[in-house]
Design a protein around this ligand. Structure first.
Ligand code: AP5
Length: 231
């Protein structure tokens, strides 16, 4: 493994990425999980996997996600509880897109306590809405490895083809302009209250997500390293 890809130390906790659609949660959560050698847990990816496999859960989630609404808490909570009980989560994990409601956050708090983890660290990705539209409409994702590109700001070397494995890139159905609006609305109504919830608990780190990928990454790494040093 190249030196720069080796895990830098033990995380031993849950890190949560909290921010609106397109703020860069997936991009940065993958990076952080790789850096600490822990799983990257994206509830959106898990749900899309269920849809691709045609499971009963996927059949239930698809029309909801296509409308840009949130999947019911009960469905997501069961999926997450099963996932974090697996042995690869024993040294911590990075959540991307979870929790998304106060109910989910409270349940996660109980789940972490039960599994012997301390309180989570929450990275709040702060960004204006105009930039989000550009990021979402321009996003393309590799069908095979899930690598994330942007036709405006982070294009692949060859149009429509993943730099990493040569597979085809696709546009998520919920990245169509008519679905972006309800997604942002769902965020404002149901997820944004988590900012004050976690701030109140003293667990929130604010990051300026409008900067370049490298700059945001640096800010996040510093925040996590200082948090680990402080405990
Ligand atoms: P999910 O898959 O979680 O989507 P999301 O939260 O809407 O977030 P996105 O994946 O759209 O954006 P992101 O913040 O990860 O940004 P990214 O890094 O890709 O959820 C989808 C759906 O599943 C939900 O609508 C809901 O229905 C359901 N769901 C999921 N979890 C749920 C839950 N817990 N409860 C209930 N329902 C749930 O970046 C976006 C683009 O910007 C990319 O093109 C990227 O290359 C580019 N980019 C990133 N950072 C930068 C930067 N710094 N500068 C320039 N470009 C950048």
């Amino acid at each position: 493994m190249p030196l720069e890809q080796r895990p830098v130390g033990k995380l031993n906790r849950a890190v949560i990425f909290l921010g609106p659609p397109g703020s860069g949660k997936g991009t940065q959560a993958k990076m952080l999980a790789g850096k600490y050698g822990v799983p990257h847990l994206s509830t959106g990816d898990m749900l899309r996997e269920h849809i691709a496999k045609g499971t009963p859960l996927g059949l239930k989630a698809k029309p909801i996600m296509d409308r840009g609404e949130l999947v019911p808490d009960s469905v997501v909570l069961k999926m997450v509880a099963e996932r974090i009980e697996r042995p690869d989560c024993s040294h911590g994990f990075v959540f991307d897109g979870f929790p998304r409601t106060v109910t989910q956050a409270k349940y996660l708090g109980e789940l972490l306590k039960r599994q012997g983890f301390q309180q989570p660290t929450v990275i709040h990705m702060v960004i204006g809405y105009l930039l989000l539209i550009r990021r979402l409409t321009g996003r393309r994702v590799c069908k095979k490895c899930g690598a994330i590109y942007n036709i405006y700001d982070r294009p692949p070397k060859v149009e429509g083809i993943c730099d990493l494995d040569g597979d085809e890139l696709y546009q998520r159905p919920d990245d169509r302009e008519e679905v972006i609006k309800p997604r942002l609305h769902a965020y404002d109504k149901l997820t944004a209250p988590l900012v004050s919830y976690y701030r109140h608990l003293g667990l929130l780190y604010e990051v300026d997500a409008s900067k370049s990928v490298a700059e945001v990454e640096q800010e996040i790494c510093q925040a996590v390293a200082s948090m680990l040093g402080a405990h």
